[in-house]
Design a binder for this molecule. Structure first.
Ligand code: HAS
Ligand code: CU
Length: 541
């Protein structure tokens, strides 16, 4: 990688990992608070400030900056050329960074305790909405420079398939650009004017529709880069090959098509959207399970190839031949194990009847800590062990902590998620500060499990601390190295020949936009034609 692009990627990774570090402290406090442990500073106001800070820092800031860092590294390495428009790329970084600081200021002074979904009529300070909008604008600049770099490469390689890692990042960009239209409209047309006092009231249902138009594809914005690492980096690091390159490309294309027209599966319990449209989004949701099921097959097959090349034998015995001591490989393996559970949980959420049982309960936080909190976050930590030493030109330090860390995360998440899934089904709501309900017998029945969840939180805190220590140790004290190249897995049956339809993006994006129009145009129009009553803003906490 060129020196400039290494710096650019490092800056993005650094902001992402710093956000992760701050959010980790808040997570510990929340886990203890949910178990009703008497912390000196415990109050509803602190709790909701912390949950908002944790959610925004982890789910929005950590993920977005790390994904941008990975995208720069993958584009530079996969296309074999520097990023086009370096000045513009830095401008995008600074816009996103300043926006992030503005939003965090609003959160930490207690003027934006609206949680990471910022549902109105809860109202935040304008700096929160404007800041998050700038973060998205910065990410659009990043999308622009990566796509421009790709187009330069494409002009010189008309008939060649692009590197799989870049294919996956371009799919991520396509999903992100389609998705962020929803939140941009919500911010510009509704939340910002309302928070500035230019209008008095807001239509909460319209906001929720626009938010979830964005909110579901957001989860694939987090997931696809993790899949890129599972497909292209992990098999190589494990000593193997990719089982099927075309299947991987098919997966990325399916995400472009089906990530967005599914948002109503977050709104099954909302009034005002008719059952038929909820049904259509359910069918699409079942469709979007398919690329993940293909991924389960293809990535496991690739890892099996690696294990057998290392001498692994037997029907399942090969699993022990995998290099579990390599922190990248173990992070991916453990992410996959937990994602298998989290993904099945997703299918349960997507069933209307089951959703009525789990919606707004602790089950949901169990679900998303296995998905974004493990499949994405643990994979990004594993990828940092692989990438950051190459970016900063230093060897990984504190290797023993790095080896242990993914396992601590796995144990912590098991305790946390099992407990939350069960308490959810037992009726414990999500996002509540006070879980004792005046010592009612139902609430008492949750108690052992909330302690188990808090114990999980402690493991996670330890794991996160180890990760951050390794990163700091590497950057500050690692032995200087020769900046080895980024290496990606080769397909088992050799390089692909000519470019196929899976390697073209424009037609798939057009189909994706048509699907979005089919899924959203009518319900949105009929909602806008109804007589609607707005709500003033509330600062609840
Ligand atoms: Fe979800 C709620 C449905 C995937 C994140 N989801 C959420 C929320 C978040 C989230 C953050 O239908 C809460 C939002 C909020 O705050 O209100 N989700 C799904 C479905 C999938 C799914 C159908 N979710 C994700 C991913 C996320 C994520 C990915 C983040 C990265 N989700 C829902 C629904 C709700 C929801 C409803 C609303 C609930 C409500 O009522 O509020 C699917 O994409 C899942 C597909 C995945 C699979 C698993 C494939 C398995 C693999 C691993 C194989 C590994 C093996 C082990 C076999 C089918 C790829 C190998 C091991 C070795 C050792 C070799
Ligand atoms: Cu969803």
């Amino acid at each position: 990688m060129t020196l400039h692009d290494r710096k650019l990627a490092t800056a993005h990774m650094a902001v992402g990992l710093a956000a992760f570090g701050v959010a980790t402290f808040m997570a510990l406090m929340q886990a203890l608070s949910r178990a009703n442990l008497d912390l000196p500073w415990r109050s509803a106001r602190m709790y909701y400030l912390s949950v908002t800070g944790h959610g925004v820092l982890m789910a929005i800031v950590f993920t977005t900056f790390v994904i941008m860092g990975l995208g720069i590294a993958f584009a530079n390495a996969g296309l074999g050329r520097p990023i086009r428009g370096p000045k513009l790329a830095w401008l995008g970084f600074w816009i996103a960074f300043v926006g992030t600081l503005a939003a965090l200021w609003a959160i930490f002074v207690g003027k934006a305790s609206v949680l990471y979904t910022f549902y109105p009529p809860m109202q935040a300070h304008p700096a929160f909405y404007i800041g998050l909008t700038l973060l998205v604008v910065g990410s659009w600049v990043w999308c622009g420079v990566i796509v421009a770099t790709y187009l330069d490469w494409r002009r010189e390689h008309r008939d060649q398939p692009v590197a799989l890692s870049v294919h996956g990042m371009l799919a991520t960009i396509a999903v992100w650009c389609i998705a962020t239209v929803g939140v941009a409209i919500e911010m510009l047309a509704q939340l910002i004017p309302w928070s500035l006092g230019l209008v008095d009231t807001i239509d909460p249902l319209l906001s929720r529709i626009l938010f979830w138009y964005f909110g579901h594809p957001l989860v694939y914005f987090w997931l696809i880069p993790a899949y890129v690492i599972w497909y292209t980096v992990a098999p190589k690091a494990a000593g193997g090959k990719l089982f099927s390159d075309p299947l991987a490309r098919l997966v990325f294309v399916m995400f472009i098509l089906l990530s967005t027209p599914v948002g109503f599966h977050h709104q099954f319990m909302d009034p005002g959207i008719s059952a038929g449209w909820k049904m259509l989004h359910t069918v699409n949701t079942l469709g979007i399970l398919f690329p993940s099921l293909v991924t389960a097959f293809t990535v496991v097959a690739s890892l099996e190839i690696a294990a057998r090349l290392r001498g692994g034998r037997g029907l399942l015995g090969w699993i022990t031949a995998l290099p579990w001591g390599d922190p990248l490989v173990s992070s991916v393996l453990l992410s996959m194990l937990l994602f298998a559970v989290g993904g099945i949980g997703g299918a349960i959420n997507a069933a209307y009847g089951m959703n009525a049982v789990v919606h707004n309960t602790a089950w949901i936080q169990g679900h998303f800590h296995l998905t974004v909190g493990t499949a994405s976050a643990l994979t990004f930590m594993g990828a940092s062990y692989w990438l950051v030493p190459k970016l900063v030109g230093r060897d990984l330090e504190l290797g023993l902590l790095a080896k242990v860390q993914p396992f601590l995360w796995f144990v912590g998440m098991l305790l946390f998620s099992i407990a939350n899934h069960i308490t959810g089904v037992m009726g414990m709501p999500r996002r509540i500060y006070e879980a004792s309900y005046g010592d009612s017998p139902v609430a008492q029945s949750w108690e052992g499990l909330t302690l188990m969840s808090a114990l999980g939180g402690a493991f996670l805190f330890l794991s996160a601390s180890f990760f951050l220590l390794v990163m700091l140790g590497t950057v500050l004290a690692g032995k200087r190295n020769e900046q080895p190249a980024l290496e990606f897995a080769e397909p088992v049956n050799g390089q692909l020949g000519a470019r196929t339809v899976l390697d073209r993006f424009t037609p798939w994006v057009v189909v994706a936009v048509v699907l979005v129009i089919i899924a959203y145009a009518y319900p949105l129009m009929s909602h806008l034609q109804m007589e609607r009553f707005g709500s003033p803003g509330f600062q609840v906490f």
